[in-house]
Design a protein around this ligand. Structure first.
Ligand code: NAP
Length: 246
């Protein structure tokens, strides 16, 4: 087991990549705090983790709310004594081309994907500094490096996530805190299910493996980066995209 005894917080863990990551981490021996917006989703993930013999706790957390994030860190330390791993997975899209994008679309995506990652990481890093160690993993995307039609707001946030990942790796390394990001290609989740069939087919063709990825493909990357096997890896953006961009 790669993560035996580790304590992990995963945001947006109620479905999609976050849910798959919670399951993978629990199978690898981690105790998981499942943080999300929707109580029904949280309950279903916690139930499935515990039915498999894992240890998990669920909590409603809006990553854009400082109060919620502080309560999350407090709860994790109260329950498990420490925070070894944080996966900043919660993220949203609100797509429109530049000429049609509204201020609301811009603000809501910036708020979750950028401010949420900042707030969760800042609160977690304070705990990790005190305990002299930890791992922060951020959800980026290949579109954060290459751009994407109709995603001004989303690409700005993922570009920002890459920058914050490298900055925090530099700032927090001396406290034995590693910071990395995973940049998925197109993965079949409720987020991408909203996209037109035509776009998904183009994405499939772009991958040299000629497939869309699964949430488990991304969860495997997070598990590796969270584990001690990755102890000398920090400040990196791991592309998991089936060669969609090489
Ligand atoms: P998803 O299926 O839409 O799941 C996202 C989860 O985050 C949902 O459970 C959602 O809760 C939760 N969430 C949204 N806003 C939140 C907030 N303010 N606070 C806490 N939780 C919140 O997304 P996904 O496809 O698994 O993507 C997960 C991450 O990977 C995202 O950061 C995304 O940008 C990134 N990513 C995904 C792909 C892809 O192809 N799927 C590619 C590249 C990167 P509700 O359901 O209640 O709204």
């Amino acid at each position: 087991m790669r993560l035996k005894g580790k304590i992990a917080i995963i945001t947006g863990a109620g479905r999609g990549i976050g849910e798959a990551t919670a399951k993978k981490f629990a199978r690898e021996g981690a105790k998981v705090l499942v943080a999300d917006l929707n109580q029904g989703d949280i309950d279903q993930v916690v139930k499935s983790l515990t039915e498999e013999g894992g240890e998990a706790f669920g909590m409603i957390v809006n990553v854009t709310k400082r109060k919620d994030v502080k309560a999350l860190m407090k709860k994790c330390v109260a329950l498990f004594g420490r925070i070894d791993i944080v996966v900043n997975n919660a993220g949203i899209t609100a797509d429109a081309q530049l000429l049609k994008m509204t201020d609301e679309q811009w603000d809501e995506v910036i708020d979750v994907n950028l401010k949420g990652v900042f707030t969760v990481s800042q609160e977690a890093a304070a705990v990790m500094k005190e305990q002299n160690g930890g791992v922060i993993l951020n959800a980026s995307s290949i579109v954060g490096t290459y751009g994407n039609f109709g995603q001004t707001n989303y690409t700005a946030t993922k570009w920002g996530v890459n920058g914050m990942t490298k900055t925090w790796a530099k700032e927090l390394g001396r406290f034995n805190i590693r910071v990395n990001a995973v940049a998925p290609g197109f993965i079949m989740t409720p987020m991408t299910a909203k996209m037109p069939e035509k776009v998904l087919n183009i994405m499939k063709e772009k991958s040299v493996i000629q497939k869309l990825g699964t949430p488990e493909d991304i969860a495997n990357g997070y598990a590796f980066l969270a584990s001690d096997e990755a102890r000398f890896i920090t400040g990196t953006i791991l592309s998991i995209a089936g060669g969609a961009v090489i």
